[in-house]
Ligand binder design. Structure first.
Ligand SMILES: [Zn+2]
Length: 288
């Protein structure tokens, strides 16, 4: 199953209150239209690092304190969608930064973009319309008029590899680019357990029953606010019948003949890579 990675919390300490002296150098996760501002000095992208955004004459719409990374304060900041990038910097697609910047900083980019977007979309109370106040002890907002408390929204979604006699089920969804095939996935609905969701999505999208559902691992997917929870399950019964609305084609593939797959950043690819390693012919033949 998923290889454990070192915890980001060895280097990052979350907090809502900055207790550093003013003038301390900080990491700035600055977004404009969901693109991240990165410094390009020296060729490799870097997170802007300075005591203040005034260093680059940047005036954000609002900022959020995120805690410390290696004892330096971290902030997210929102710029207008048409903001120009300062000299030596550019706005970059977040997914394109995977593998190009430090993995823990990439994790923080995901956290930063979600906190920034949550602050932007929760300026007013959803129940009574009053302007919301930020809470100081955690990332939460409280309505001073009716008391409603709102937290950053995280939307859990399951993604499952279905195995049958050493083969894996892969499907092509209508919205996939090109001829890519991936695993069956979907958002958890109110009232469901994760296992219920796995069974429902698979039945709805490809008409199969599964059993022996086991946990693989999870991944934040900040596009815009998902938590992907990966599973592996065994085929139990049924014939493939695609729903035609979301899934247009699905089939059983062997580890040695896989179609075009999702990008390496995704948990889908990590699960498929695990399957390919476990079930490739050379590997199976090598078993005693
Ligand atoms: Zn209210």
């Amino acid at each position: 199953m998923q290889k454990p990675r070192d915890s980001v919390y060895k280097r990052y300490i979350p907090s809502c209150t900055n207790r550093h002296e003013p003038g301390c150098c900080a990491y700035w996760f600055v977004f404009s239209a969901n693109r991240l501002l990165v410094s390009t000095d020296g060729g490799t992208p870097g997170i802007p690092f300075a005591p203040s955004l005034l260093e680059w004459r940047i005036e954000p719409v609002r900022t959020q304190y995120l805690g410390t990374f290696e004892d330096h304060p971290c902030y997210s900041a929102e710029l207008p969608p048409d903001a120009a990038s300062p000299a030596g910097m550019q706005f970059s697609d977040i997914r394109g930064l995977y593998g190009a910047i430090d993995e823990d900083l990439f994790y923080l980019v995901g956290r930063a973009v979600q906190i920034m977007a949550w602050d932007q979309t929760h300026q007013f109370c959803g129940r009574c319309g009053a302007p919301m106040d930020r809470m100081t002890e955690e990332h939460a907002k409280v309505c001073p008029s009716c008391g409603l408390i709102c937290y950053p929204r995280i939307s859990p979604a399951v993604i499952t590899a279905i195995l049958r006699d050493g083969k894996i089920l892969l499907a092509h969804a209508k919205h996939f680019k090109g001829n890519m095939f991936s695993l069956i996935a979907g958002f958890v609905e109110p009232g469901e357990t994760l296992e219920d969701c796995v069974r429902r999505e698979i039945m709805e999208e490809v008409g199969l029953k599964v059993s022996n559902i086991r946990y693989f691992g999870s991944q934040q997917w900040p596009f815009p606010n998902s938590l992907m929870i990966g599973f592996v399950a065994d085929y139990e019964s049924g014939e493939i019948r695609v729903d035609g609305a979301e899934i247009v084609e699905a089939g059983w593939f062997t580890a040695d003949h896989l179609p075009v797959l999702p990008e390496e950043i995704s948990i889908a690819r990590k699960i498929i890579n695990w399957y390919a390693e476990e079930y490739s012919t050379s590997r199976v033949n090598a078993r005693p």
